[in-house]
Ligand binder design. Structure first.
Ligand SMILES: [Zn+2]
Length: 132
């Protein structure tokens, strides 16, 4: 059953503009659902759970990487150019994943997210107060 954008946002811990951005990027799929007097775009369950699974996969990979790894530290598995820790923009991708686990995770997720953020010199307070 398709899920409203606000429910999808609550599950992913993001606001409406981020849901729209994920849809635009093709990471979330929408279907039009017609009720008695309105037509609404809703997020498909499959795409929501694919996005959740991807966040868990990246988090798991990122936890096992160290600064001397030749892989992008976001956990995407890509190789970086000499001396770089991240592919362009993937440091923000990692921040988004960490934020997701800080907001939505259980207590173990929180501990792991905090330790991952500290190991990457990511300011958790700045992360949580920034609106995206
Ligand atoms: Zn990456």
């Amino acid at each position: 059953m398709p899920i409203s954008k606000s429910e999808a946002g609550a599950r992913l811990g993001v606001k409406q503009p981020s849901i729209d951005h994920l849809i635009k990027q093709g990471r979330l799929d929408v279907v039009s659902v017609t009720t008695s007097h309105t037509v609404k775009d809703k997020v498909t369950e499959k795409s929501l759970y694919t996005e959740l699974a991807e966040r868990h996969r990246l988090f798991g990979n990122a936890l096992s990487l160290t600064d001397d790894s030749e892989q992008c530290l976001c956990g995407c598995g890509a190789k970086t150019n000499q001396g770089k820790y991240y592919l362009a923009g993937h440091d923000q991708k990692l921040e988004g994943i960490i934020k997701f686990f800080l907001i939505n995770g259980n207590s173990l997720d929180h501990q792991l997210a905090v330790s991952l953020a500290m190991s990457r010199n990511i300011n958790i307070h700045a992360l949580l107060t920034r609106g995206f």
